[in-house]
Ligand binder design. Structure first.
Ligand code: BES
Ligand code: MN
Length: 457
């Protein structure tokens, strides 16, 4: 074992403490949450990078964006340069009362660290930092050059990616991108992600009246907006649970024979999905005959992320004036985002019953991404991951979205993007009681140490 690898092993608990410090900052990037916390999280990240020996540490931003953190170490002339990415912002906590431990007080339990952002994606920051520190502290130098980019608004769709890229593209020039923000096939199974889904979404308001009315005095002749919205939503899927928006599947790229084989080789069954997703007894698997992994990353899915009309607290015998929801479609190769969003929006307008007014507020779209996981960079990554985890590495797609990946690797001239992460099927990212498997964090750090060694050649 090299000095760096030994250092990473021996000092793991210190980096776990540094992770806990990051996690204590409620850096929720969503509208309506204090942006100062995201700023504080950027500053804490910058301080950490500085303390661990990174140079040119800088907080970058673009008009209106949450802060990005940049740092580098560029003293390996002639060696490749890696662009290391993670994000320091997090999702809102959801229902406080459902959390078994306080969301921003990191708590260790049965080998996992519970807290919002523990896995998604503050652990991703620590993987880079701990691996770099292992070299700089144990060997005084890295075997290659690194540039770090830690984003502050990934969870809201990387809204300023385009202007950010325009302004800083040169600064980020690199030979390989390494992104630590994805999941592993299972606990202890190292995974390289070769495709991500994209997303298109819109808020929908259905309005029929100026203000709510007494449901006894006025209910009957006028339509109910909640029922109107329900009918619209119901029309989005067929009885099998497939998306019923005409044309939505037209551009979906079929799996190649190699991809088909790769999915089969993972032997992921409906029963495994049922168990990992904690589906209740008797609840059916929907979406037709396709294998579950294909449904998770090579077929679109539609979700109603939130819905509202009056509230449980204000419940009264009224006819509501309006009903609201947010609907998202996860897109897959080769679905065009603008076209898919338009099909969704047109469908929502077209299916509104009773002349109900439909007001749409479409969100910024994020593209899907896919790569051919072949060539020396992927071979070296496989080797590093297999060595660190002590078992064969898996290559697969994932259903989540990282808006940064496609545009950035394109802007850097199509350089390979390596997606490795520490989420696992039990992480509960975006939900309550998010957690990180500590054994996998340690292995992921070791894998990064080996990866730098491999890529230095
Ligand atoms: N880490 C996730 C993305 C992810 C999760 C990739 C699981 C692979 C496996 C990321 O932080 C995320 O949640 N992204 C958002 C992006 C959206 C706001 C555009 C998502 O997927 O909802
Ligand atoms: Mn993430």
């Amino acid at each position: 074992m090299s000095d760096a690898a030994q250092f990473a092993e021996a000092h793991f608990s210190e980096y776990l403490e540094k992770l806990k410090n990051l996690v204590r900052i409620p850096s929720i990037s969503f509208d309506g949450f204090p942006p100062e916390e995201v700023k504080r999280s950027a500053e804490a990240t910058a301080k950490l990078l500085r303390e661990e020996g990174l140079e040119n540490v800088e907080i970058l931003s673009i008009e209106g964006s949450h802060p990005y953190v940049y740092a580098d170490w560029l003293h390996a002339p002639g060696k490749p340069t890696l662009l290391l990415y993670a994000h320091h912002d997090v999702q809102p906590v959801g229902r406080e009362e459902v959390w078994k431990t306080p969301p921003f007080e990191p708590t260790e339990k049965e080998g996992r660290l519970y807290a919002r952002g523990s896995a998604d994606d503050k652990a991703g920051i620590i993987v880079h930092v701990a691996a770099i520190a292992a070299y700089l502290r144990a060997q005084k130098k890295l075997p290659l050059n690194v540039k770090l980019m830690i984003e502050g608004e990934e969870e809201i769709g990387s809204l300023h990616l385009e202007p950010f890229l325009k302004q800083y593209q040169k600064k980020f020039q690199a030979d390989v991108i390494v992104i630590t923000d994805t999941g592993n096939f299972d606990v202890g199974v190292p995974t390289i992600t070769n495709s991500l889904r994209g997303i298109v979404a819109t808020e929908v308001t259905v309005k029929v009246m100026d203000h709510p009315l007494h449901s006894g005095s006025w209910g009957g002749p006028g339509p109910d907006p909640v029922i109107a919205l329900s009918k619209i939503i119901a029309s989005l899927v067929d009885d099998e649970g497939k998306i019923a928006i005409p044309g939505i599947y037209d551009e979906v790229l079929p799996l190649s024979p190699v991809e088909q084989k790769s999915i089969e080789s993972l032997s992921y069954t409906d029963a495994i999905y049922r168990q990992q997703a904690f589906l209740l007894d008797g609840v059916e698997i929907i979406g037709g005959e396709a294998p579950p992994l294909k449904k998770l990353y090579r077929l679109p899915s539609l979700s109603v992320n939130a819905i509202q009309a009056s509230s449980r607290k204000n419940m009264a015998n009224i006819v509501n004036d309006s009903a609201w929801c947010k609907i998202g479609i996860r897109t897959v190769p080769n679905m065009n985002a603008d076209r898919s969003l338009k099909l969704l929006c047109d469908h929502l307008k077209r299916t509104a019953p009773w002349g109900a007014h439909v007001i749409l507020e479409p969100e910024h779209t994020a593209p899907w991404w896919t790569t051919n996981p072949e060539g020396p960079v992927f071979d070296k990554a496989r080797k590093a991951l297999t060595e660190a985890f002590g078992r064969e590495c898996v290559v697969m797609g994932q259903g989540g979205t990282i808006p940064f990946v496609g545009p950035f690797s394109e802007a850097l001239g199509g350089v390979p993007a390596l997606l490795i992460g520490v989420e696992d099927p039990y992480t509960n990212a975006h939900s309550e009681n998010e957690s990180l498997h500590l054994g996998d964090l340690k292995k992921a750090i070791l894998a990064a140490v080996y990866l730098y060694r491999e890529l230095a050649d």
